[in-house]
Design a protein around this ligand. Sequence first.
Ligand code: RFL
Length: 392
Amino acid sequence: QRVAVVVVGAGPAGLTVGNILRTAGLDCVVLETETREFIEQRPRAGVIEEWCVRGLEKRGLADTLLQRAQRHTECEFRFDGHRHRLRYVDLTGQHHYVYPQPLLVTDLVREYADVRGGDIRFSVRDVRLHDLDTDRPSVSYLCPDTGERQVLLCDFVAGCDGARGVTRAAVPPERVRVARHDYGIGWLALLAEAPPSSDCVVFGIHPRGFAGHMARSPEVTRYYLEVPPGDDPDDWPHERVWAELQQRLATDAPPLTEGRLIEKRVLDMHNYVVEPMVFGRLFLAGDAAHLTAPIAAKGMNLALHDAFVLGDGLVAYLTQGDGTGLTTYSEACLTRVWDYQEFSLWLSEIYHGTSSGDPYRAATTLARLRRVFTSPTAAVAFAEQFLGPRAG
Ligand code: RFL
């Protein structure tokens, strides 16, 4: 079988590329190792920036999101036992949308497969990429029903298979530079069956470690606790989790509303960036090309930015022979990727400096944080990075 583009991975990046290609009437196949049910329920991101929502809207992909997402206009830092609110909407005119990633994936799958008639193959096994540095690349995989190897000939491959996929590994090591950063800390990522305990995102900066509170829906709240990297989630039973959250987020605010923990996993916080994001006919997008630990809630936003640039670039080339978008793809994406990487690093020091055990780092962290609440210029600088580029 021959198609214009094979998209590997049905996450936010791959599904957005697929949708953009289908709108232009181009043939593509999306390959996904998991089932549809699984990807429509996998909990992850929730915070989407305004420019990103506008990008989805422009491509006809935000109807349900705009009906159902919550709009957030401020955030709260808790330190020194007090609450400090930052109304970022007043500083930037922008707000955050909160819309759980599984809902966005559900919308994107439905639009791609059920509305735009796109070809998507779930539960595929052993995906392999071939002849990427020729103009006749191909992708093969084992069919889940028959176990036979299927081959898809194509013009381009979009590598959108996330941090643990295979496409990044198909690039010869001498053709890329991989820059890595390990924060040396872990986060216990939790989902609680409990209504949010605040009307906005809350960051607890505490000598015992960072704690975060993020609404996901009226019934479900995401929490984070800084823990030693590699900690075992089983060492964090219900009582210990809630005692630690109550302590690290304690102020004059009412105690947190507790609930059953429906997800509990330890993330070892690290970042990487692959440069360039292109090898021959393979274009990497999203977490396959760069990872940002969820410190600043940027990963899915970057994945969608890549997808917009890549989808538009592929359409321009395949329908009009205009290769500009593909030639500048890597550079256009990496500028934003590095900007967000730097902000994550900056924010990480605020979150984790106080609990580092180093009194010098702890005191400079608090100085940095106080500056955001005493200098209007510092507040605007923070808000601009936190919200991302102005929506066009
Ligand atoms: P995904 O979402 O990982 O999708 C990749 C897809 O590829 C499939 N796959 C394969 N398919 C075919 N062949 C193979 N060999 C394959 N190997 C894997 C996978 O099953 C999957 O379906 O990557 P994509 O599209 O690049 O999207 C990236 C985002 O998912 C990620 O950056 C965000 O979840 C990061 N993130 C957040 N980002 C935000 O912008 N805002 C947030 O609030 C936010 N919160 C988070 C987060 C990530 C978290 N975790 C779990 C690390 C919170 C958490 C806890």
